[in-house]
Write a protein that binds this ligand. Structure first.
Ligand code: 13P
Ligand code: SF4
Length: 345
């Protein structure tokens, strides 16, 4: 039963004490979050990984790229475990290293060498290593403005992987006009742009988050008409039109902070992952919080981590740990450079 599984998890946690650290992303299910030693957005979890000095086992409740990052930012003798290996990220899977090498060759042929590659942390360790090797940095949705500003000053152009929406929304906020942005289509291996190629400053990888793409302007218009007092806040993985039409946009932590700082009775419509929206609504009965998408948007891969998988992973720790996430040392060396350029800022 659920109660029995919960009891077994509690017992393992008590037995292992500080040998175990269990971080969870805000999009994780409540049944998992209740056991988390810390919750956070991607940036907070990456920073935490740097401080997990004591823990022998890090059972990462999030998706694969987050566990890879934790492995790269921790010592070799610390084991990082992902309770379900199927917890990937469809956005991270939209940029593979071979496609990136092809794009880089083509883009440097067209524009010359002064391109700074930037990757959202929602990418594989191999992509982070590519970026580190070519002088670039990682970003998260919390610090994208700072890092993209730095990159735009450091080079003539930037290549932003793999989320076109975060890249477009961030560059636009920093004053780059849409005409100065082109999209690299990795499947057709070509650059798509409308203006003059000489004006291109930002090259966006054609990737997206399948959860955040489900919010649209029609939902915003319907709310504006029927419920005009409701404030609309969305994540910058949403499309440009949605971000422009919303009242506010920001990372997961920004969304939480804005909602938690609002006056009792404030009405919110939130454009981000369902588990977080539901948790905010449940923990803030004094506010009126709904999802911007009436059909809700779960991240199916985040949801793969559930009570049975968590228990199974925890029970393996003292005998033969399952689902170890290990990034090879060469990839780690270069990817860490990209991560450290971000974390130093
Ligand atoms: P943040 O945690 O940076 O807000 O990113 C959201 C997300 O989609 C994580 O996969
Ligand atoms: Fe990936 Fe989107 Fe899920 Fe985040 S919410 S893990 S970006 S698919």
């Amino acid at each position: 039963t659920v109660e029995q599984m919960e009891q077994r998890i509690k017992a393992i946690k008590a037995r292992l004490g500080s040998r175990l650290f269990l971080p969870a992303h805000h999009y994780q299910k409540d049944e998992v979050v209740q056991f988390a030693d810390a919750t956070g957005d991607s940036l907070q979890l990456a920073r935490l990984a740097e401080q997990m000095n004591e823990a022998e086992f890090i059972v990462f409740c999030g998706v694969h790229f987050m566990a890879e990052t934790a492995d790269m930012l921790t010592r070799d003798d610390q084991l990082v475990i992902l309770p379900d290996m199927r917890a990937g990220c469809s956005m991270a899977d939209m940029a593979d290293i071979d496609q990136t090498e092809i794009a880089w060759e083509e883009l440097t042929d067209t524009f010359g060498d002064s391109i700074v590659p930037i990757t959202y942390v929602n990418s594989t360790a191999a992509i982070k290593a590519f970026v580190g090797k070519h002088g670039g940095a990682t970003v998260t949705s919390s610090n994208a403005h700072d890092i993209v500003r730095w990159a735009l000053e450091a080079g003539e152009r930037i290549l932003f992987l793999p989320d076109q929406h975060l890249g477009r929304n961030t560059a636009y906020d920093l004053g780059v006009p849409l005409e100065a942005m082109a999209v690299w289509d990795p499947l057709r291996e070509r650059l798509v742009y409308e203006g003059d190629i000489e004006d291109v400053r930002v090259i966006l990888w054609k990737g997206h988050c399948s959860v955040h793409e489900k919010f649209n302007v029609a939902q915003i218009e319907a709310l504006r008409k029927n419920d005009p007092e409701r404030r609309i806040i969305v994540h910058p993985e949403c499309t440009f039109d949605v971000v422009q039409a919303a009242d506010e946009a920001g990372s997961t932590s920004y969304i939480i902070d804005q909602i938690e700082a609002s006056a009792p009775g404030t009405k919110w419509a939130v454009g981000t992952e369902m588990n977080l929206v539901n948790r905010l609504a449940a923990t803030h009965p004094e506010l009126d919080i709904i999802s911007l998408n009436p059909y809700m948007c779960p991240c199916l891969t985040m949801n793969r981590i559930d009570l049975p998988h968590l228990l199974w992973a925890l029970e393996s720790l003292e005998t033969d740990p399952v689902n170890l996430i290990r990034v090879d040392s060469e990839t780690t060396k270069w990817a860490t450079l990209a991560l450290e350029r971000m974390l130093a800022r």
